[in-house]
Design a protein around this ligand. Structure first.
Ligand SMILES: [Zn+2]
Length: 481
């Protein structure tokens, strides 16, 4: 039955809504502890010089002995970013970031086996960062990811990717604690990063970024709803579509499944990132962390980071109108099979600017197409959107990117939006009077989006159970190759 439906009816066009935001956080308050110009560098007529250790970093987060301040307490309305760009070239700083620290890193030595305890500073206070290697990939490329927590901070989560593959140190970091997230990201382009001994990173907090107001969120939801109706998108119920019955009965929802993912990119994203592979790996680290939760039970393994077709993707005009269809055509099922990849993610460096998907940042046919080949693909936009009014929320930041990747992957596993007709609904809840939304929420709304799937085990209930939807179909996805 599903094959007679037009493809359009089953494409999930996601994360469509964006908005222009009046900054809601006073940047000067957020970082007032550090004292401005504490390091006395980067005056407008002097070249920015790195301060060497042993002076303690003034950044909001630092790794003991490995973090070098370049300039701390920078606000987006100052001239400091211009000064940095004179030395480091154009910087990939999301437009929503109001205040940040600029740093570089030395090699952080970690044990790939067992637990690591690393001395770090968070807002000037010393902690132990506990990390162990994430086992979602074992590609020997000098790039390794870890997950863990900050000792002494309840319910904290830490996800890090360390990249030494270019003979220099790149760090992708994420720490969540209490009601705050701290991000560490390299910000130079590939070309400029290759020319820099100690590539530039920024560190910023979720409390130092602009977020949409409740009124703007309401407006975004309204326009999403109108857009959904226009496209006639249907939201299939969990279990509505056939699940193959020829799998061994030992493939029960409680047993673990291993799904292999091909991660591909185009020329634009390849050039945008200091090293696109470690950027991509960091998002897959975030995804694998969610899939390895006990109530989901999926090892999400990367089969390959594939930039072999980057020019082919970027030379095709569909990159800005229908990158999903472009991806599927250039990476046919036979190609995925040859890479032993069950599914494929296209981390794209272009915004859709023409056609009916112009406001979208992610696409997937989803489990509704299973077992047709179409179910195996997702596209996630890695750059900011440019739609007026909405264009500010989807900012291409680490938070937006990880959300978009995990969201689209969820569709492959039958996870669905808040208005699903089934039990696979996204979930909305209040945390200290702040609204939070699970990752399958149909729009990216800044830091109110949490990257976990709805689940009765954490945030959700029996009718808001995307973890259960994933659990139910995971072996079918794992058996695609
Ligand atoms: Zn979606």
């Amino acid at each position: 039955m599903i094959k007679i439906l037009s493809k359009l009816l089953l494409v999930f066009v996601c994360l469509c809504m964006l908005t222009v935001i009046v900054p809601g956080v006073c940047a000067s308050e957020a970082f007032s502890y550090s004292g401005e110009d504490a390091l006395g560098i980067a005056s407008s007529d002097k070249q920015i010089e790195e301060i060497s250790q042993p002076e303690l970093s003034k950044a909001i987060f630092s790794i003991d002995g490995a973090t070098t301040d370049v300039k701390t307490g920078i606000t987006s309305d100052s001239k400091d970013t211009d000064e940095l760009e004179k030395q480091y070239g154009v910087l990939n700083i999301p437009s929503t970031v109001l205040t940040y620290d600029a740093v570089s890193f030395k090699t952080v030595k970690l044990n790939k086996e067992g637990e690591n305890s690393i001395k770090v500073y968070l807002y000037g206070k010393e902690y132990d960062l506990i990390l162990e290697r994430s086992n979602f990939e074992n590609i020997d490329d000098g790039i390794d990811s870890y997950n863990g927590y900050i000792k002494g901070l309840d319910n904290s989560v830490a996800l890090f990717t360390f990249d030494e593959s270019m003979g220099k140190s790149l760090v992708h970091g994420f720490i969540e604690f209490e009601n705050e997230q701290v991000y560490v990201v390299p910000v130079q382009t590939r070309e400029n990063g290759l020319k820099t001994d100690n590539p530039l990173h920024i560190i910023y907090s979720s409390k130092g970024v602009a977020n949409p107001t409740e009124e703007q969120i309401a407006e975004i939801e309204k326009i999403y709803s109108e857009n959904t109706n226009r496209l006639g998108v249907t939201l299939p119920d969990a279990g509505k579509f056939p699940i193959t019955s020829d799998l061994p009965s030992s493939y029960s929802p409680s047993s673990w499944a291993t799904v292999y993912v091909l991660v591909a990119t185009d020329y634009e994203f390849h050039e945008l990132e200091t090293n696109w592979v470690s950027s991509a790996q960091s998002y897959m680290n975030h995804a694998a962390y969610q899939y390895q939760r006990p109530d989901i039970g999926v090892f999400l393994n990367v089969a390959e980071y594939d930039d072999s077709k980057k020019a082919i993707l970027s030379n095709d005009p569909r990159k800005t109108s229908d990158p999903f269809e472009l991806f599927r055509e250039k990476f046919p099922a036979s190609y995925l099979d040859s890479k032993n990849a069950d599914i494929a993610v296209y981390m794209g460096g272009n915004d859709i600017t023409t056609g009916e998907f112009a406001t979208d940042q992610g696409m997937a046919f989803g489990y509704g197409r299973y077992p047709d080949d179409e179910c195996r693909y997702t596209w996630s936009q890695m750059v900011a959107d440019n739609v007026p009014f909405y264009g500010f929320v989807y900012d291409g930041s680490l938070n937006a990117r990880r959300y978009c990747v995990i969201h689209e992957l969820g569709h492959i596993f039958d996870a669905n939006h808040q208005d699903s007709q089934g039990t696979n609904k996204a979930y909305l809840w209040l945390e200290n009077t702040v609204q939070k939304r699970s990752v399958m929420w149909s729009r990216y709304l800044g830091t109110t989006n949490i990257c976990e799937y709805s689940s009765p085990s954490y945030h959700g209930d029996s009718t808001h159970d995307n973890a259960g939807a994933i659990r139910a179909v995971k072996h079918n996805i794992a058996a695609l190759v």
